[in-house]
Design a protein around this ligand. Structure first.
Ligand code: A4P
Ligand code: MG
Length: 199
């Protein structure tokens, strides 16, 4: 196995999850609610504590309610940079924020948890990484905002927790989370050194 869950299953969240959407300041009415999924990753410091804190901060955002939290998994680092192992998970949200507002709010949570992007290299180690994986069935390709996350379909560390929360979640143009995860699974006859790679 390339990754294994640590902590409890998604029912045992270890976080107080509010059941209702907290309104955004200055707004009397909600817009349409959208189901979104956010990937969580950390490989510096107390990874689990930081991720738990991130979930709580996301849940406290105006216009956002966390409605599901996956198990956390220890995963081998993906990409060209040599770095410590990651802890990865995902959350399901209901939100009436627009995609750009949601991304900005997620980047702000990263900053509040001490992430300093200026000191980082691409795909390098980080205290916390929040990736907007899916926003309903929306497809967006804008400067600084790609939805679905452009590398979601090729990353086991993102697909596994997503499929745990919502196996039928549709990655537009590619298939469901469960189908994409199955497609990443190495056929038994190809088991070898490469089979341990985490995507
Ligand atoms: N951005 C555009 N679209 C999105 C989106 N859907 N979600 C922009 C989040 N951000 C989005 O982000 C750089 C910029 O991407 C943001 O400012 C935002 O405007 P970043 O998280 O600093 O990205 P990066 O590290 O430069 O590149 P990338 O590909 O996003 O990296 P990842 O996906 O964050 O990868 N291995 C394991 N096992 N587990 C991991 O979690 N993570 C990384 C980092 C590398 N290896 C890993 C893991
Ligand atoms: Mg990222």
């Amino acid at each position: 196995m390339s990754s294994h869950p640590i902590g409890g299953p998604c029912e045992d969240r270890g976080n107080p999850i509010k059941a209702t959407l907290r309104p955004r300041r200055g707004r009397a009415r909600y817009g349409p609610l959208v189901r979104a999924y956010v990937g969580l990753g950390a490989n510096l410091g107390d990874r689990e504590a930081t991720i738990r804190r991130a979930v709580a901060l996301v849940d406290e955002l105006g216009g956002v309610a966390v409605v599901g939290v996956s198990s956390l998994r220890e995963t081998e680092p993906w990409g060209p940079v040599e770095q410590p192992r990651y802890l990865n998970g995902a959350v399901a949200l209901e939100t009436d924020l627009r995609p750009r507002e949601l991304l900005d709010a997620l980047l702000d949570v990263e900053r509040r948890l001490g992430r300093a992007r200026d000191d980082e290299e691409r795909w390098g180690p980080r205290t916390i990484d929040l990736d907007l994986l899916l926003y309903g069935d929306l497809v967006l390709d804008e400067p600084g905002l790609d939805v679905p996350h452009p590398r979601l379909h090729e990353r086991r560390f993102a697909l596994e927790p997503l499929a745990e929360l919502a196996p039928d979640a549709l990655v537009p143009g590619r298939g469901t989370a469960a189908e994409l995860l199955r497609a990443l699974e190495t056929p038994p006859q190809e088991t070898g050194p490469q089979a341990d790679a985490v995507h």
